[in-house]
Write a protein that binds this ligand. Structure first.
Ligand SMILES: CC(C)(COP(=O)(O)OP(=O)(O)OC[C@H]1O[C@@H](n2cnc3c(N)ncnc32)[C@H](O)[C@@H]1OP(=O)(O)O)[C@@H](O)C(=O)NCCC(=O)NCCS
Length: 157
């Protein structure tokens, strides 16, 4: 899968989406290192062990570079940046039963704001899956000749 480039100088604000989610009882915030086990369990259950590894590495950054979406005290989505490589967004995921509620969009925007606040003018989405999602919400474009990117020579499952 190809990488995508996101212009951060024209990033839309996360505030309206976060406010709307808050009214529905969904909180989007940085994860805490003491939530490591819960984050790992969520990623492994819904996605992959490798995604759990990447997302949990963000818990060691200061500030933490993994965000979570919470409803009724449970993690229902996560988004990470500055994990596998500098200036990279990902992985991210929303539990299947909570998709379509703008949670993925909120996580994408807060993570990219985090990268912008670090001083980056552009961000890279590593091995982008839903390209239309990224193009639509943050103007991401595919980086030519970016396959396989950093996800190569992978361990066998
Ligand atoms: C991609 C993902 C994070 C999106 O999360 P989500 O909470 O369902 O998305 P949202 O509700 O925020 O979507 C908002 C908008 O994006 C669109 N959208 C969502 N997923 C999309 C996709 N895969 N492709 C194209 N558009 C998509 C929605 O239709 C919606 O459009 P609208 O604003 O016109 O109504 C989620 O589908 C997911 O977890 N997928 C599996 C993991 C994955 O692929 N992660 C990315 C790895 S690079």
């Amino acid at each position: 899968m190809a990488d995508m480039l996101v212009p951060l100088l024209s990033l839309p604000s996360s505030a309206p989406v976060l406010d709307e989610l808050k009214q529905q009882g969904v909180i989007v915030r940085r994860a805490n290192p003491f939530e490591w086990t819960a984050l790992r369990a969520f990623c492994e259950k819904n996605f992959a062990v490798t995604w759990a590894d990447e997302a949990c590495s963000g818990l060691s950054n200061k500030p933490v570079t993994t965000y979570i979406a919470i409803e009724n005290g449970q993690i229902i989505g996560f988004g990470s940046y500055e994990c596998t490589r500098r200036d990279f967004f990902g992985p991210t995921g929303v539990a299947p039963e909570h998709r379509g509620r703008n949670i993925g969009k909120a996580l994408l925007l807060v993570c990219l704001e985090g990268l912008r606040d670090m001083g980056y003018a552009y961000a890279i989405i590593g091995g982008a899956g839903p390209k239309e999602f990224y193009a639509k919400h943050v103007g991401a474009t595919e980086i030519p000749d970016s396959t396989p990117g950093v996800y190569h020579d992978l361990l066998a499952k």
